[in-house]
Structures are given as structure tokens and as C-alpha cells.
Design a protein around this ligand. Structure first.
Ligand SMILES: *[C@@H]1O[C@H](CO)[C@@H](O)[C@H](O)[C@H]1NC(C)=O
Ligand SMILES: *[C@@H]1O[C@H](CO)[C@@H](O)[C@H](O)[C@H]1NC(C)=O
Ligand SMILES: *[C@@H]1O[C@H](CO)[C@@H](O)[C@H](O)[C@H]1NC(C)=O
Ligand SMILES: *[C@@H]1O[C@H](CO)[C@@H](O)[C@H](O)[C@H]1NC(C)=O
Ligand SMILES: *[C@@H]1O[C@H](CO)[C@@H](O)[C@H](O)[C@H]1NC(C)=O
Ligand SMILES: *[C@@H]1O[C@H](CO)[C@@H](O)[C@H](O)[C@H]1NC(C)=O
Ligand SMILES: *[C@@H]1O[C@H](CO)[C@@H](O)[C@H](O)[C@H]1NC(C)=O
Ligand SMILES: *[C@@H]1O[C@H](CO)[C@@H](O)[C@H](O)[C@H]1NC(C)=O
Ligand SMILES: *[C@@H]1O[C@H](CO)[C@@H](O)[C@H](O)[C@H]1NC(C)=O
Ligand SMILES: *[C@@H]1O[C@H](CO)[C@@H](O)[C@H](O)[C@H]1NC(C)=O
Ligand SMILES: *[C@@H]1O[C@H](CO)[C@@H](O)[C@H](O)[C@H]1NC(C)=O
Length: 657
């Protein structure tokens, strides 16, 4: 019995999407979560709890020792659930200690010089604290004109919050080996209402460990503003995101990565409607258009070279902020980049001449009659930047080969929408759906000093969504999923992913200007990967020193990540305050894969529940060691739990401003 419950817990990653829409072949994985207290008892009976060394922060470190400014109440620890990263500390440098108060257009700027120690690996520790009232903010770190980290903030409490995020940066080794201008941009506004500043510390740890095969050279596709001490993102669609680059002639492998996320009218792109329906509820509730589908595209010399269908990141003020405290949304502290293997272009790019690289963001244009095509623009806006990671062949050799054969049939889009009306002719509901699929592949023969070989990159993507808006646009429910498989001959790379998301939300404007928002959501990020391109995989950066035993060599990684929750919000513009409650649950697991036919080896699992700002249950498993805590956070938020957002449209992407 224990075995079966343990098994269910282990494999019970929900893949359900709300409503009657089946979840395809993955539905079999879904099993309801066992009743928590029961689970706890069973596990503590049969899985002895092993206390691990306390030196391994943040694993098992639910410390209440960090004190608020007035030294009486601890700061609330916020977190993004993620696996422990190897980060020994033989050689550390502090890159930034800075408070972002009123910081719009005022990034932190400093000179970086490599440390004197030997290193082939680098991690960063970004630690932030804040107290007061503040929105979620977007932050980016740059080395000269190259974006190296994109993050966002948790919303502070009156008493204060703190978080630490550790990230392996070894893929940027070539940048860390030379002098750089560090530009950290975290635009913030402080006034009578929004009082929170961000106290930040960014440190880097340099060490020697297993090599992750970092690129030899990295070229930015960015707006090149570091000379004027500014960050270099392109803001699309206001500007064209294009750079002309001359690559070395002896490149043997090249990978393009895209950093991109929707902001302002595009923050909730996944909740947008078809352009033909933006006025379905009259002009009081103008909805955002271009559909709830987005595609990031890479064009090399004007030719489509690959695409990415983005993961729907939800920031901590999104939908209902009570969903994201203290556990933030998936990827909120670390907005991941999508990668495209452009090695098949190398024969064309190794001619010593300039070539253009352009990132575009597309949604859908539709005619209202069932036909949709990729749009040339989207709402405002998407900050984007790109990088070309290049691995070099022997000095003096020149890469040759054939021009790539590109197989890119027109993507297929199937959209529909219908409006149902009440007896008096008013619109009761808008139902809409979008389906998309695309295949793309590149292939060429490249000749390097290692000989001649055929290199290919292929992508197979699909997306579906069904949504409904009703009650004059106040209520929305949307279910969607993006699935894809990218395969490359480089490093036997393959990546299969699946991003289900459902959200049910409802707002209600009260006669006294107060308003409420209620929401439920479930979302996941499931990735199975073998090999890696420019960024190391979680099994390459995992902290194996936490395991009791030797680990096998892994060829792949399976990550399951799921969050679901319910939250309520009351905004009181007259009081300039907002109140909220909520509960969120997250299941995360990382497995190492030794061979594709064998089952994975457990490396890290976490099951965590937060209710009303407090972590109430936390089960963490590293290898075979399990630690379970219940009621681990002190009751830091007794009484009112306040949040920053005051406008419905800023939280949901619809409704009054
Ligand atoms: C990260 O940095 C903070 C502040 O500099 C420090 O308190 C914390 O111990 C560090 N955490 C880790 C895991 O290195
Ligand atoms: C931020 O730093 C300032 C200046 O050191 C300090 O007064 C304040 O208490 C800090 N706030 C938090 C939340 O840590
Ligand atoms: C310290 O902060 C707590 C929580 O905000 C508050 O209740 C308490 O009054 C503060 N104490 C002092 C001395 O300011
Ligand atoms: C980056 O900036 C540093 C310091 O400002 C400068 O020394 C270095 O040459 C720059 N690197 C590149 C590749 O432009
Ligand atoms: C839209 O707004 C205009 C004035 O701004 C008003 O005349 C018109 O009746 C409105 N239409 C609807 C459908 O609400
Ligand atoms: C859509 O269909 C309607 C009815 O068949 C037709 O009147 C209208 O012109 C069509 N619109 C477009 C953009 O094709
Ligand atoms: C139409 O009926 C709905 C209820 O079914 C009501 O909420 C709405 O105000 C009515 N509209 C008009 C224009 O009478
Ligand atoms: C969600 O939308 C579906 C139709 O797409 C509808 O049948 C269902 O009642 C809605 N659920 C909620 C909770 O609003
Ligand atoms: C709004 O809600 C708050 C908190 O519940 C309440 O104190 C206030 O009276 C309500 N009305 C206005 C106009 O603020
Ligand atoms: C998450 O979903 C599971 C399965 O449907 C449910 O039992 C659990 O109560 C949900 N958790 C929260 C915090 O809503
Ligand atoms: C969370 O807070 C809300 C509003 O204050 C309250 O109704 C609810 O009972 C709280 N939930 C728990 C589990 O304490």
C-alpha cells in the first residue's frame, strides 16, 4: 500500500486541463493527489527522513533566521521551485550591491574583471529583499550588449520579503573570462502608493568542475546600447529586432537563443482573443487581439531559420497575485531562453561577410470567417534579444559545405469563434478556439577539419486552445497546451515539451469602486531532453554532492513541473490598498536518464503547498533522502495580506483599466 501511494505521488503529475477537453496520450499520467496528511503519515512511516548537511543551501533550508529591518519579524521567504545547482565557493566575486528605488532608465552599471582563480564553471546568486507595496518588475542583466539573465520580482509585503535564486552561468564562460561592463536594469517606480524598493545583491562563484562545453564566442543580437550605459533589448514591435554579424570563418557549431517575454498589452497574450472579436462585448471591455497564440521567429538573411512557441510565463502580479506568494510562478525568477540549432547555416555564414539575424514575434490575424494567418505585428510589447553561440574549429580552417535545405510547409491554423446572444440581443458569451501546427527542418552538409557530415535541425509543434468569455467579459475560462519536439544532429540533442495551462478568472466591480477578482489555475512545464545545445541541462548543473552515492552518467533529463491554485483579491482604489488570499500547490521532479528505454533516476523532487502567504507543507527529496515539513513558515502574514495591483486590466489583460 505504501508502495502504491508512493508510486502515485511520484508519477502523479497532473496533466489535466480544465473542462471536457482530453489531454491526449498524457492523460494516463494524471492521478489525483492523495489527501495530504495521509500522504505525510505514509511517507514518514516508510521513508526515513534523513537530515542532510546544513551547508547545502537552499535545499532543506527553510530558515526563519532572516530578520526584517526592525529585527522583530522574519522576512517572508519567496521561492521559485527549482533543483539544487552545484555552486561551491572557492572563489567569489560580488558583482552588484544596489537598491533599485526610482530606477526607470537608471540601470546599475559596473565594470567586471575576471577573478584571479582558475575556473571553468560559474554560478550567480541573485538575492533580493523588499518591503512595502510594489508591482512585479522585470529585470535583465547584460555583459556589454549581451543579455545574460532575465528575471522578475515577487511582490513585497509590508513587513518584507526576501528570495535567492542560484543559476549556473557556465555557458557564458567566454564572457566571464574577459572584462565586461555589467548593466543590470530593474526599472521601478517609488511614490506614495508604491513604496517598495529592491535591495539586491548579485554574487558570482567561480570553480572548476565537469565541463559543460561552453561556446567559444557569443555574439549578441541586440540594440548595442551598452556604450551609453543602457540595456540593449529591442522592444518589438516598436523597432525591428535585427543585428548584422560577421561570424568567424572556422565555426563548427552554432546555436541561436532567444530571450523574449510579453509585457503591457502582451503580458497575458495567452488570454487574448482573435482580432475579429476584440469588441465582442462592446467598447467598454476592449479585449486584446492577435489571438492567444504567439510564435517567436528567427530569420537569417531574411530566411526563416527556426521558431519557438513560448512558454506562458505568469509574473507575480498576474491573474491574482495571491496565487504567487511565496511560491512564484514557473520560471518567474529565471525566464528561460529558447534555442535553435543554426549549425546547418554555417557553410553560408562562414564566408567572412555580414549576415543579418532578426527576431520577430507573430500572433494571428484572422478574417472572422475561420481563416487565420501569422500576423506581421503584435500588441505592445515584447522586449527581446538574441545570441549566437559559436564553437570554433581549428584555427585557420574555413567551414564549407552546402546551403541548407529548408523544409517549411505553411503552418496550419484552425480558428473559430461564436457569439451567443440573450433574448434582448445582448452578447452572453464568446466561445473561441485556436489550433496550430507547424513542421520545420533545416539540413546541410558541413565540412570542417573533422570531416564532412550532414547536420539537421527539425521541429514539430502543435498548439490548441479553447476559451470562453461571458458575463460582459468579466468571466473568462481558457484551456490550452503547447507541445513540441526539437531534434538536432548536434550532441544527439532532442527536446520534447508540453506546456498545459488552464485559467478560470472572474472580476466583479462593486458599486463603491471596490472590485474583486477570483481565479483558479493549473499549469505545467514538462520537458524531456537528451543532449544540450547552448545552455546546460539541469542534470549537468545539478549538485551531485548532495547525493549519498555515485551517480551514473546521464544522457538525458526529464523535468515535470506543475502548479495549481485558487485565489481571491479585493481591490480598494479609495483606500489605495488591495487584499488577497490564495492557495497554491506545486509538484516538481527532475530525473536523470541513462538510456532512453530505461526509467529515470530520481535526482530531485519537491511537493510544496502555500496558503495565504505561508508554506504549509513542504516535501523535498534529494536522491533517496527525504525531508518533509509541515507548517514550515511562521505565520508572517497574520491579518491583512496586501498586494500592489490596483487595475483589473493590468492583472487580467481585460476589463476596466
Ligand atoms: C546568496 O547570497 C546571499 C546574499 O549575498 C547570501 O546570504 C546567501 O547565503 C547566498 N546563498 C547561497 C546559496 O549561496
Ligand atoms: C534595504 O536596504 C536599506 C538600506 O540598507 C535598509 O534600510 C532596509 O531595511 C532594507 N530593506 C529590506 C526589506 O531588507
Ligand atoms: C516590526 O514589524 C512588524 C511587522 O510589520 C510590526 O508589527 C512591528 O510593530 C514592527 N516593530 C517595530 C518596533 O517597528
Ligand atoms: C566589453 O566591455 C569591456 C569593459 O567596458 C571592454 O573592455 C571589452 O572590450 C568589451 N568587450 C567587447 C567584446 O566589446
Ligand atoms: C462605443 O463608444 C461610443 C462613444 O465613445 C458610443 O457612442 C457607442 O455607443 C459605444 N458602442 C457600444 C457598442 O458600446
Ligand atoms: C465573411 O463571411 C461573410 C458572410 O459569408 C461575408 O459577408 C464577409 O464578407 C466575409 N468576410 C471576409 C473578410 O471574408
Ligand atoms: C439583456 O439581458 C441581460 C440579462 O439576460 C441583462 O444583463 C442586460 O442588461 C440586458 N440588456 C439590455 C440592453 O437590456
Ligand atoms: C468554461 O467554459 C466552458 C465552455 O468552453 C463552459 O462550459 C464552462 O461552464 C466554463 N466553466 C467555468 C467554470 O466557467
Ligand atoms: C472597499 O473595501 C474595503 C475593505 O474591505 C472597505 O473598508 C471599504 O469600505 C470598501 N469601500 C470603499 C469605497 O473603499
Ligand atoms: C491542486 O489540484 C489537486 C488535484 O486536482 C487538488 O487536489 C488540490 O487541492 C489543488 N491544490 C490547490 C492548492 O488548489
Ligand atoms: C485565507 O484567507 C482568507 C481570507 O482572509 C480566509 O477566508 C481563509 O480561510 C484563509 N485560508 C486558510 C486556510 O486559513
Amino acid at each position: 500500500m505504501c508502495e502504491s501511494i508512493y508510486h502515485q505521488e511520484k508519477h502523479g503529475y497532473p496533466r489535466e486541463v480544465h473542462g471536457s477537453y482530453g489531454y491526449g496520450p498524457l492523460a494516463a499520467y494524471f492521478a489525483p493527489l492523495p489527501f495530504l496528511p495521509f500522504l505525510l503519515i505514509v511517507i514518514s512511516l516508510f521513508q526515513p527522513t534523513t537530515a542532510l548537511s546544513t551547508s547545502h543551501q537552499p535545499v532543506f533550508a527553510h530558515s526563519l533566521s532572516r530578520r526584517a529591518p526592525n529585527n522583530s519579524t522574519p522576512l517572508l521567504e519567496c521561492l521559485q521551485v527549482s533543483p539544487p545547482v552545484l555552486s561551491p565557493k572557492p572563489c567569489q566575486q560580488t558583482l552588484m550591491v544596489h537598491t533599485f528605488g526610482y530606477s526607470y532608465g537608471l540601470p546599475f552599471v559596473a565594470q567586471y574583471s575576471p577573478p584571479g582563480c582558475d575556473f571553468n564553471r560559474v554560478t550567480i546568486n541573485f538575492t533580493v529583499s523588499s518591503a512595502g507595496r510594489q508591482f512585479d518588475r522585470l529585470g535583465h542583466a547584460w555583459f556589454n550588449d549581451t543579455e545574460i539573465f532575465r528575471t522578475s520580482t515577487a511582490e513585497p509585503t509590508a513587513n518584507g520579503i526576501i528570495w535567492t535564486y542560484t543559476k549556473d552561468m557556465s555557458n557564458f564562460l567566454s564572457l566571464f573570462k574577459g572584462p565586461q561592463k555589467l548593466i543590470f536594469d530593474l526599472g521601478n517606480i517609488v511614490d506614495d502608493t508604491y513604496t517598495g524598493s529592491w535591495n539586491t545583491t548579485l554574487t558570482a562563484d567561480f570553480f572548476t568542475a565537469e565541463d559543460v562545453d561552453p561556446a567559444d564566442v557569443i555574439f549578441p543580437v541586440s540594440s548595442h546600447k551598452s556604450g551609453s550605459d543602457q540595456p540593449s533589448q529591442f522592444v518589438v514591435p516598436d523597432v525591428q529586432a535585427l543585428s548584422a554579424l560577421t561570424l568567424p570563418q572556422n565555426a563548427k557549431k552554432a546555436v541561436f537563443s532567444i530571450a523574449a517575454c510579453g509585457q503591457a498589452t502582451e503580458e497575458f497574450w495567452w488570454a487574448n482573443v482573435l482580432s475579429s472579436d476584440t469588441n465582442a462585448f462592446g467598447n467598454e471591455t476592449t479585449l486584446y487581439g492577435y489571438s492567444p497564440f504567439r510564435e517567436l521567429q528567427l530569420y537569417i538573411d531574411g530566411t526563416l531559420a527556426g521558431v519557438a512557441w513560448p512558454f506562458p510565463v505568469i509574473f507575480t502580479g498576474g491573474v491574482v497575485p495571491g496565487l504567487w506568494r511565496p511560491i512564484v510562478g514557473i520560471d518567474a525568477f529565471d525566464l528561460r531562453e529558447d534555442e535553435i540549432d543554426i549549425t546547418p547555416f554555417l557553410p553560408a555564414l562562414s564566408d567572412g561577410k555580414e549576415h543579418t539575424f532578426e527576431i520577430r514575434v507573430a500572433g494571428l490575424d484572422n478574417d472572422g470567417n475561420g481563416t487565420a494567418k501569422l500576423s506581421n505585428t503584435i500588441g505592445s510589447n515584447w522586449p527581446v534579444s538574441g545570441k549566437v553561440f559559436v564553437w570554433l574549429d581549428a584555427e585557420g580552417s574555413v567551414t564549407k559545405g552546402t546551403v541548407p535545405t529548408i523544409t517549411a510547409p505553411e503552418p496550419a491554423f484552425d480558428v473559430s469563434s461564436s457569439v451567443s446572444k440573450g433574448d434582448n440581443g445582448s452578447v452572453k458569451a464568446l466561445d473561441y478556439s485556436v489550433k496550430a501546427s507547424r513542421r520545420f527542418s533545416l539540413s546541410s552538409t558541413i565540412e570542417t577539419s573533422e570531416g564532412s557530415k550532414v547536420v539537421t535541425w527539425s521541429q514539430d509543434l502543435s498548439f490548441w486552445l479553447t476559451g470562453q468569455l461571458s458575463n460582459a467579459g468579466n468571466d473568462q475560462n481558457t484551456s490550452q497546451s503547447t507541445t513540441g519536439k526539437d531534434i538536432s544532429t548536434t550532441n544527439a540533442y532532442s527536446k520534447s515539451y508540453d506546456y498545459p495551462l488552464w485559467v478560470i478568472s472572474s472580476y466583479n466591480v462593486l458599486p463603491d469602486t471596490n472590485f474583486t477578482i477570483d481565479a483558479k489555475m493549473g499549469r505545467g512545464k514538462y520537458v524531456q531532453q537528451s543532449g544540450s545545445l547552448a545552455f546546460p541541462s539541469s542534470t549537468e548543473t545539478f549538485d551531485y554532492t548532495l547525493l549519498d552515492s555515485e551517480h551514473p552518467t546521464f544522457v538525458g533529463t526529464q523535468t515535470n513541473n506543475w502548479q495549481n491554485g485558487t485565489a481571491h483579491y479585493l481591490g480598494s482604489p479609495a483606500l489605495k490598498k488591495s487584499f488577497g488570499s490564495g492557495s497554491t500547490e506545486q509538484l516538481y521532479s527532475l530525473e536523470g536518464i541513462t538510456d532512453p528505454t530505461a526509467s529515470g533516476v530520481d535526482l530531485y523532487r519537491r511537493h510544496i503547498v502555500a496558503i495565504n502567504d505561508s508554506v504549509t507543507y513542504d516535501q523535498e527529496v534529494v536522491g533517496n533522502s527525504m525531508h518533509v515539513s509541515q507548517g514550515v513558515t511562521a505565520a508572517v502574514a497574520q491579518g491583512e495580506r496586501t498586494f500592489a495591483r490596483v487595475g483589473i486590466k493590468a492583472m487580467l489583460g481585460r476589463g476596466p483599466l
